[in-house]
Design a protein around this ligand. Sequence first.
Ligand SMILES: [Zn+2]
Ligand SMILES: [Zn+2]
Length: 147
Amino acid sequence: MGTPIEQVRDEVKTLLRERGLRATAARIGVLEVLHEERLPMTHEKVMEHLPEGVHDKASVWRILSDLADSGLLRRMDLGDRVWRYELIDSCRAVTDDHSHFLCVDCGAVSCLPPLEIRARHGELPKALLGAQFQVRATGTCSNCLSD
Ligand SMILES: [Zn+2]
Ligand SMILES: [Zn+2]
């Protein structure tokens, strides 16, 4: 299970090069973590997964924000005022700007399938046609419900 690390490394190097970014060891390290996790991660979580003592907090912040600015990562606030970052990966099934579910008990985040916004009665106001919706879904995940 999982992709061999050499293959992941090649993939993230290609992603960086395609965006005209230098493939530094630190950027590769951060992207590898997000690639493995396949879910939105906080700065703190990314730090936990990086080898200890190699990367300082400030440079990981800078890397996350650079990669988000260049379109490699999706940055999101799921309602708890914490930025989370997710790898935008063209080989995924979910390539659109999908919504996320945040469990308020354990903090687990999951990616949601594409959703459709409809008015219950009548039509959506014209201004909303073609608008970008950010749906915030919070609640209790199935793991926490079964405890
Ligand atoms: Zn939970
Ligand atoms: Zn997602």
